[in-house]
Ligand binder design. Sequence first.
Ligand code: ZN
Length: 248
Amino acid sequence: MNAWSYSLLSVAVVSLISLVGVLTIALGVRRLDRVIPLLISLAVGGLFGDALVHLLPKAFRDSSSPGLTSLYVLLGILTFFMLERFLHWHHEHHQQALNPIHPVGYINLVTESAHNLVDGLAIGASYFVSVPIGLATTWAVVLHEIPQELGDFGILVHAGFSPRRALFLNLLSALLAFVGVVVSLLFGPAISGYEEIILPLTAGGFIYMAGADLIPELHHEHELLSSAAQVAFILAGVGLMYLLLLVE
Ligand SMILES: [Zn+2]
């Protein structure tokens, strides 16, 4: 029961983050452009940290076959890659010509919804293993959702949705994380060896997200000072994950 209440509370907090989009109106584009790379850096550190400090050591400690565990990590990386490939493929082949909303808006909604579902699965699975692991994964999700949601809101408004509608759709897509949590906690215990599979899969997914989705975003900045700030914020994200080891 503990895992359920922790998971649902965590995912409620994560869903509320979808509302940070309103900040884009308050802050304005210029100030946002300066803050977002730092938030992304923090998210990179959080995702790498959760994968490398919490999920993988735990997965290998409990593993009956380290070689198989490594394969699951690889599978997690490839699954995220293929999910993205499929969604982009889908986009190119199903464009609607007569719609006033730019297709990018819909693609973003579909991609984000799938992503939120996976976040929910990961949170549920992590609490299923233990409360401290669940907390670490929740932090990793919270940290990457902040810049993600800020960006999504901008994309949706840019694609032609009204700000109000963009917020509503973002919240709706965030609610899919609840579905992920419920599926994970409901079916996880029924699958034998669930924990041995889901921890390395999640770790692989988080490593992919940080390395393939977020780090390329950081390459837009070229000044030495901003690069140093990015590294500092990545280390801060990893540091937070080490701090969370204290509660384990
Ligand atoms: Zn996410």
